[in-house]
Design a protein around this ligand. Structure first.
Ligand SMILES: CC(C)(COP(=O)(O)OP(=O)(O)OC[C@H]1O[C@@H](n2cnc3c(N)ncnc32)[C@H](O)[C@@H]1OP(=O)(O)O)[C@@H](O)C(=O)NCCC(=O)NCCS
Length: 313
């Protein structure tokens, strides 16, 4: 059974309510039918007309008032809150916030930023989490790589230029995603660079080295090492020669990129040249919300909803 099938199987065990704010988008509508028919989740399709219908006025007013309370210290007025609540993206976020839905998936129409900003402002980070980031779950045809062909890449979506401390938190959150969502019992985390264990010196390398030290101190039991090049992280022979004695080198299954440019380029190379199938999840939010690529297929939406349902357990 591949990763997606395993995730769907898990989702079916406890059916969660997942709100889809792009509720009149054809791929989303088709996906919602499959999700419902296959018992993966309880999809809630939202449309602007539905939100603004007179029969929904009490609910709408309650969400607008709750949104105002949440953001008034940031300068949001009551009028502006009511306007935002009429946007299915914000309305959907409020449903998740107050517990009327367990998670949210969007992005077939909206850009990543359009979805991330309300998620960060309304749902916010989970208790104890420093920041929101993402993991890309890459399933490669070559099963000798990573964890039986599965590679977790982070952060390829959210943080353009993480500090060393933020990078450390991304590494730890990604290991948790590998464990809970992908079922990887022993995450082995490599913090990637263009240098392996001091082979090059540059401020950019120092940042990755510092991130590794911080992550070690925050999660001493996690198998984690850096800085290292991608080949040292994934190829046993190269790992053995460039990073002898490392608990991770040559057998990493979680790969932390130093910034968003490297991460985003890296996952697309793996997808296009390495023929990996992939999808992303956000990590660190108080409740799960996930983004789709605007080029997503109906199957991509179904998979992302299944992952969101599993994250909400
Ligand atoms: C994530 C992103 C949308 C934040 O947008 P922004 O305009 O910089 O947002 P701000 O800095 O004004 O922050 C907005 C809120 O989010 C919070 N925030 C921003 N980044 C955060 C993070 N990584 N984790 C947690 N909270 C975060 C801020 O604290 C702020 O909260 P507040 O309004 O309650 O004070 C932005 O970093 C971004 O566009 N990232 C790249 C996304 C992208 O295009 N990816 C492409 C790959 S698919």
């Amino acid at each position: 059974m591949n990763l997606i099938e395993r995730i769907k199987e898990k989702a079916r065990k406890s059916v969660k309510r997942i709100v889809l704010p792009e509720g009149d988008e054809p791929r989303t509508v088709a996906a919602a039918k499959i999700i419902k028919d296959e018992g993966i989740a309880e999809p809630i399709l939202l449309t602007k007309e539905q939100i603004e219908a007179p029969s929904n006025k009490a609910k709408f007013d309650a969400y607008a008032a709750a949104l105002y309370e949440l953001r008034k210290a940031k300068g949001l007025t009551e009028e502006a809150a009511a306007k935002l609540a009429a946007d299915p993206m914000y309305y959907g976020m409020m449903m998740v916030k107050v517990g009327d839905a367990d998670g949210l998936v969007s992005g077939a129409v909206h850009s990543t930023g359009d979805m991330l900003r309300p998620a960060l402002q309304i749902i916010k980070t989970a208790p104890g989490m420093k920041l929101v980031s993402s993991s890309f779950l890459m399933e490669c045809p070559d099963r000798s790589l990573g964890e039986d062909g599965l590679l977790v890449y982070a952060d390829c979506v959210v943080n353009p230029c993480p500090t060393a401390e933020e990078l450390a938190h991304i590494a730890i959150a990604s290991a948790e995603t590998a464990r809970t969502l992908c079922g990887i019992a022993e995450p082995r985390v490599a913090l990637l660079s263009f240098s392996t264990k001091g082979s090059a010196s540059h401020a950019l390398v120092d940042k990755v080295r510092e991130a590794t030290e911080i992550a070690h101190s925050l999660a001493p039991d996690l198998a984690l090492d850096g800085e290292m090049q991608f080949d040292a992280a994934i190829v046993p022979e190269v790992g053995a020669s460039k990073a002898k004695g490392s608990p991770v080198a040559g057998r990493a299954n979680v790969f932390v990129f130093p910034d968003l440019q490297a991460g985003n380029i890296g996952y697309k190379i793996t997808q296009r040249i390495g023929k990996a199938s992939c999808f992303a999840v956000l990590q660190g939010l108080a409740k799960p919300c996930n983004d789709l690529s605007r080029g997503c297929s109906v199957d991509d939406i179904v998979s992302t909803v299944a992952a969101t349902a599993v994250q909400s357990r």
